[in-house]
Design a protein around this ligand. Structure first.
Ligand code: GLC
Length: 412
């Protein structure tokens, strides 16, 4: 008996000596944290000597960004695995482990090419695409039918007309979206901008936001949604994704702009709108263009982490971005796979039919400006767009100032 105890104690000491703890940041929007915890439990069963501790992050991408800046500035060895917004790889590349030699290990040739492009900085792979996002229009199928509409809005004008009529009659909001001063506002704004026929930069990186009147019209339209058409509440200027989602899920709005993650929550058993929601591409602007902003998150490794932790981190990232785990995440958290073949899986079509039906929207979603100082660009857009939405400035003046600050920041 005594001998057995000694053997057991020795075994325990050995496991402890060889076990390693790594840390990983995660957001908590919708079901993502809950689902990640389950995935980590599966991973730890396969790799009993690796323990993963999750560091929860704020919902706002802008706030997460600022936290990462402080981590990297202090050359912290934690977190080891970083959940990075698709707009950051260029800026954070100097602080991320170069994963180029692991291209095959991660099977990057099986990923959607656009997502691989977003993690490639100067020819180097600095992170692995985890899930991809595109802005979508959620609408109440039952209410549209009740008021005699046989199709969801194809243009912004149609959306205004439907939202006004239904919201008045039902005593609910017409359209909720992300109007707080943070990264989400940039995503919403660029969708209007593109659909009205404009852009922030041209293909050579030159500022063209004031080249035509699209930006002025787009901003004016966003403002009109609140004060003129009165289909969006004034509070929308403080909303992030989850604020909009909660209102819509409680049956208090006809339309919502949001990312794919909202789908699984809207259709969960306790959701008042379960089975009543449709998903479509965002409506077209006057020029007939429909546009969605490309979003998504990628996983990178902290360059300052010790070697053994980096090795464990590589295993964790491969696990989380594998076919089965991407499918698991898509089905349970409603976050879109970055691997092509997962879209052909019948269980995805069953759990989130829109992911398959709107595949083109996901692969054609448009990226925000790809520049290393994107954060400065975003900050300028956020400030002026928000000033317009809160009635501090006219759209004309805002676009003029936006354009000149963008030119200054980008050295043009
Ligand atoms: C989503 C997108 C991300 C975007 C953010 C803005 O998380 O995936 O790319 O920056 O929303 O709120």
């Amino acid at each position: 008996m005594k001998k057995l105890y000694v053997i057991l104690a020795l075994a325990l000491v050995t496991v402890m000596a060889f076990s390693i703890k790594i840390t990983m940041t995660s957001g908590g929007v919708g079901k993502e944290l809950e689902v990640l915890k389950k995935q980590i439990a599966m991973f730890e069963q396969i790799y009993p000597n690796i323990k993963v501790e999750i560091i929860p992050m704020p919902d706002s991408s802008t706030q997460r960004h600022d936290l990462y800046v402080t981590y990297f500035a202090a050359q912290q060895t934690d977190p080891d695995v970083l959940m990075l917004d698709v707009i950051w790889p260029a800026e954070f590349a100097p602080f991320l482990e170069d994963l180029t030699k692991y291209k095959d290990y991660f099977a990057l040739d099986r990923f959607l090419p656009g997502t691989v492009k977003s993690v490639t900085v100067n020819g180097k792979i600095v992170a692995i695409p985890w899930f991809t996002d595109a802005g979508l229009l959620y609408y109440r199928k039952d209410l549209l039918k009740k008021y005699g509409y046989d199709h969801p809005p194809r243009t912004w004008d149609e959306l205004v007309e439907m939202a006004q009529k239904i919201s008045k009659a039902e005593g609910i909001e017409g359209f909720v979206w992300q109007g707080a001063k943070y990264e989400g506002l940039v995503c919403d704004f660029t969708e209007y901008l593109w659909s009205f026929g404009g852009d922030v930069l041209d293909d050579h990186g030159k500022v063209i936001i004031d080249k035509n009147d699209a930006a002025v019209k787009a901003l004016q339209f966003m403002k009109d949604l609140i004060y003129k058409y009165k289909i969006s509440p004034e509070g929308v200027t403080t909303y992030m994704e989850e604020d909009a989602r909660r209102i819509f899920q409680n049956g208090k709005a006809v339309f919502m702009r949001n990312w794919p993650y909202a789908w699984s929550l809207l259709n969960s058993d306790d959701s008042p709108v379960k089975g009543k929601v449709g998903v479509e591409p965002l409506p077209a602007g006057p020029g007939g263009r429909r546009a969605a902003t490309l979003g998504g998150w990628v996983l990178g490794i902290n360059k300052y982490s010790p070697k053994a932790e980096k090795d464990a981190a590589i295993k964790l990232i491969r696990f989380l971005t594998s076919y089965h785990q991407q499918l698991y995440k898509a089905v349970n958290a409603g976050q879109n796979p970055t691997r092509k073949f997962v879209y052909q899986d019948s269980s995805l079509a069953e759990a989130a039919p829109f992911m398959v039906k709107l595949f083109d929207v996901f692969i054609n979603a448009l990226p925000r400006p790809r520049v290393a100082n994107y954060t400065d660009v975003s900050d300028i857009i956020q400030r002026y767009a928000h000033a317009v939405l809160t009635n501090q400035m006219s759209s004309q003046e805002a676009v003029k100032k936006m354009a000149s600050e963008l030119r200054f920041t980008l050295g043009q």
